[in-house]
Write a protein that binds this ligand. Structure first.
Ligand code: PAF
Length: 279
C-alpha cells in the first residue's frame, strides 16, 4: 500500500491513474464499519484510496480531539490486508497551512442535531471532505450511515457544488450486542462498554412502538429516555424523531423518519440512529 503524506504525493499518485478510484475518508482507528466501506470500494473501483486524518477542524472540544484513539501502524496493516492501494495520511499543517482561509458552510441542514450540539463540526467535516474529493478526484466516496447527518451534509454539498465524486452511504455495522461500531468505543471502560448497547435497544424499541401503531413522537421519545436512563451511566445530549430530508422534528411519525440520538458515557460521546420507512 502506497503511503502518501503530502498533497503533492497524492496529486502525483492520482495523476498517473486513468481507472476508477474509490475513496474511503476516515479518521483512523479502523473497525469493521470502515472495512465494509473499503470492501465496497475495492469491489466497485479499480483503485481504492483511504484517507486517515484526525481532522482538528471538526472537533468542537479540544479534549475529544486529544483523546481520539490513534494507531496508524495497525490501520496501515488493515488497509494492506483489505487490498487498499493507497493511504493518504497528511499532517494538519499539510492540509491547513497557516495561510488556509477557505471554509464550507452548509446552512439549513446543519442547524439541528449534531450541527446544533457541536457548533462548527460540519464546517470542519464539509471542508475536509471537499479537500479530499478535490485532491483524490475520486469517482465514488463511501460513508457510514451511523453518521446519518454527516452523510446528508456530504450528499447535499456534492449536489449543490456539482462535485464529480458520487457519494455512497452504507449500513451501520454493529457489534454482536447491537452497539454501533465506532472508534470512540475503544475509550469505554469495561462496565461502560457493557451498558452501551442500551442506545441501540432504545432505537429498536422506538421502531417496535411505531410498528405496533404508536405514532406520537413524545410517547416514543419518553420510552427511549427511560431505557437509556435505566442504564444509569448516560447523559443524553438529544433524542430526535425527525423528517429525514429537513431534519425537522415530526409532530406525528410520518416515515421516512430518522430516529437519532447522542449520549455521553463519562466523557465519551456516542451517536446512533435508525431510519423508519426507508425509501
Ligand atoms: O466520519 C468520519 O470519520 C469523518 O467525519 C470524516 C468523514 C473522515 C471527515 O473527517
Amino acid at each position: 500500500v502506497r503511503e502518501l503524506k503530502t498533497v503533492n504525493e497524492l496529486k502525483v499518485w492520482r495523476h498517473q491513474l486513468e481507472c476508477s478510484v474509490g475513496l474511503v475518508p476516515t479518521m483512523g482507528y479502523l473497525h469493521e464499519g470502515h472495512l465494509s466501506l473499503i470492501q465496497a470500494s475495492t469491489a466497485e473501483n479499480e483503485k481504492t484510496i483511504v484517507s486517515i486524518f484526525v481532522n482538528p477542524a471538526q472537533f468542537n472540544q479540544q479534549a475529544d480531539f486529544d483523546h481520539y484513539p490513534r494507531d496508524l501502524h495497525r490501520d496501515l496493516e488493515l488497509c494492506r490486508d483489505a487490498g487498499v492501494d493507497a493511504v493518504f495520511m497528511p499532517t494538519a499543517e499539510e492540509l491547513y497551512p497557516e495561510s488556509y482561509d477557505t471554509w464550507i458552510n452548509l446552512d439549513r441542514i446543519t442547524r439541528r442535531l449534531e450541527g446544533e450540539h457541536r457548533p462548527g463540526h460540519f464546517r470542519g467535516v464539509a471542508t475536509v471532505v471537499f479537500l479530499l474529493f478535490q485532491l483524490s478526484q475520486a469517482d465514488t466516496a463511501y460513508f457510514g450511515e451511523k453518521d446519518a447527518q454527516q452523510l446528508l451534509v456530504v450528499k447535499r454539498m456534492a449536489a449543490d457544488l456539482h462535485l464529480q465524486t458520487k457519494v455512497k452511504g452504507l449500513p451501520t455495522v454493529r457489534e454482536a450486542d447491537g452497539l454501533a461500531m465506532s472508534s470512540r468505543n475503544a475509550r469505554l471502560s469495561q462496565h461502560e462498554r457493557e451498558v452501551a448497547p442500551a442506545l441501540y435497544r432504545a432505537l429498536q424499541k422506538a421502531k417496535e412502538m411505531y410498528d405496533s401503531g404508536i405514532d406520537d413522537p413524545d410517547v416514543i421519545h419518553d420510552k427511549m429516555v427511560e431505557i437509556i436512563n435505566s442504564a444509569e451511566l448516560f447523559t443524553i445530549d438529544y433524542i430526535s424523531l425527525a423528517d429525514i430530508d429537513t431534519l425537522e422534528e415530526q409532530q406525528k411519525i410520518t416515515p421516512p423518519t430518522l430516529i437519532s440520538l447522542a449520549a455521553f458515557i463519562g466523557d465519551v460521546r456516542l451517536i446512533d440512529n435508525i431510519i423508519i420507512g426507508r425509501r
